[in-house]
Design a protein around this ligand. Structure first.
Ligand SMILES: *Cc1c(COP(=O)(O)O)cnc(C)c1O
Length: 333
């Protein structure tokens, strides 16, 4: 692995060539309803239609294909709130490698089952991403497995950045891009790609009020721990790692703003996605729509918003659509 602090546009172009044919090319559609709301053209990047249901297949595939055959044979391991684990399991199986996925007990059951179905071994450890990570470190030290982290890794960031290349290819006139933000691999990669090609484009990170580790870390100027709280945007949960090497610095340098969304706003975003755009998205995938509907995106258009994932428990989804769900998962309000 190179020691360079940043992932470059060249790295992202290399990743794009490497993963071509192994990930889907997802559609970009115009939203008349959101254009009316925002007063500027709004496009939805339907990345929740990506194979495995989220953009995470881009980073996982690029990381796996960057390994030597001997490294691949040792097996890959990761801690994941779900979508990264799913993506790594899929990517590993596609290349004939074994994946072991460690996750906390807060991860929804549907995600656990689907990862097992993809041929990976799942280990459930503790109640936080950090505890799951401790198990990963043990498997790396004791069994020699190769860790593929969910965001703070150059090949993962470069893989997620390929989404930025696709966005500018589909909407070259984009002025503002709305990116769901958790550990920052997606935002760092997309921002590096888009700012590398078109520096004046504004990149805005979107996350939930409940436990926004990257926002707290940007404010503090160093990685900080936040209490993990259940959220409708469960894919945005988890810390950024106290030893964060890449994504905090990249988000600090490349993001123009970070907007925090309430649980109510995220629910409204999911409802709009379904009822108006006819799309099933998980909470994390709806934060861009939520920010537009709440009127808090003030920068100019055309605006592209990334619908990042669709892996939501369908019973919860139905309750949100019907307006009968308590907005915070049970037992935590
Ligand atoms: C992982 C994930 C995010 C956040 O990506 P980061 O690289 O951790 O910032 C957003 N949406 C979905 C659906 C995800 O799975």
């Amino acid at each position: 692995m190179r020691a360079q602090p940043f992932v470059s546009l060249d790295d992202i172009r290399t990743a794009s060539t490497r993963i071509a044919g192994r990930v889907s090319q997802t559609p970009m559609v115009h939203s008349a309803a959101l254009e009316e709301q925002a007063g500027v053209a709004v496009y939805l990047k339907l990345e929740h239609h990506q194979t495995t249901g989220s953009f995470k297949l881009r980073g996982a595939t690029n990381a796996l294909l960057s390994l030597s055959p001997t490294e691949r044979a040792r097996g890959v391991v990761a801690a994941s709130t779900g979508n990264h684990g799913r993506a790594l399991a899929y990517a590993a199986q596609a290349e004939g490698a074994l994946a072991t996925i460690c996750m906390s007990r807060l991860v929804p059951e549907n995600k656990v089952l689907e990862i097992r179905r993809l041929g990976a071994e799942v280990r459930i450890v503790g109640t936080s991403q950090d505890e799951a990570q401790t198990e990963v470190d043990r498997l790396v030290a004791e069994k020699g497995m190769i860790m593929v982290p969910p965001f703070d890794h150059p090949a993962v960031i470069a893989g997620q950045g390929t989404l930025g290349l696709d966005i500018l290819e589909q909407v070259p006139e984009a002025e503002t891009v709305l990116v769901p933000l958790s550990g920052g691999g997606l935002a760092a990669g997309v921002a590096a790609a888009i700012k590398g090609l078109k520096p004046k484009t504004r990149i805005i990170g979107l996350t939930m009020e409940r436990g926004a580790a990257m926002k707290a870390s940007l404010d503090a100027g160093r990685p900080v721990l936040v209490e993990e709280l259940p959220s409708l945007a469960d894919s945005l949960g988890g810390g950024i790692g106290l030893d964060n090497a890449l994504t905090l610095a990249m988000c600090r340098d490349l993001l123009d703003d970070v907007i925090l969304l309430s649980e109510e706003e995220i629910a409204v975003g999911m409802r709009h996605a379904y009822a108006v755009e006819r799309e099933i998205v998980e909470g994390a995938g709806a934060v861009g729509i939520a920010a537009l509907l709440s009127g808090r995106v003030t920068s100019g258009g055309p605006i592209v918003t990334i619908l990042s994932g669709r892996n939501v428990d369908m019973i919860l989804h139905r309750r949100i659509i019907n307006g009968t769900a308590s907005l915070v998962p049970e037992g935590t309000a």
